[in-house]
Design a protein around this ligand. Sequence first.
Ligand code: ZN
Length: 204
Amino acid sequence: MPSEQTKANIPPSKIVCVGRNYVAHIEELGNQVAQQMVVFLKPSSAMSEVLLSQHCAESLHFETEICFKVQGGQLAEVAVGLDLTKRDLQAQLKNSGLPWERAKAFDGAALFSEFVVIKQTDIAKLQVSLQLNNKLQQHGNVDLMLYKPDVILAQISEFMTLNDGDIIMTGTPAGVGQIHAGDTFNAQLHLADQLLVEQSWVAQ
Ligand code: ZN
């Protein structure tokens, strides 16, 4: 039997990301509400503890998201995460009808706080926020999601097996923007008004 520590070091087989899950964010990017839930993947090699402001001389944008770790087919643990995007490149790829991986799957494109156990009945009470340079930049909660976590889990599971340790990123509320070197990020998850987990990064 692997120890808990060993298991924690095994990377997920995949990170499944939901796009366009908050109306105010869809509007800020000038996107349409999609007919189906928007799903894309990041490889585990995208995971990093270092927040970059640039990758291959291209600027990066942040999206702060409620993230779940799957265990036994359930949303067993929760974290706050950053989905980093090369927004200009993503726009070019989208306009050309091409896949987004070059804009979403690069090394350093996924950052997470520690994951903490969550009760199924508490998931509806989750709130996410981002303080950027000590000012509130993003705020969202499960109520504002077009696809709630249980629906996300069910819809992904219809076409893709979720292995233990896989991560689901549930989309970003409004307030996304560009990362600048030296920016301080403090991302928090609350359960109603109780702080559940937080993570700080300084952008390099
Ligand atoms: Zn995202």
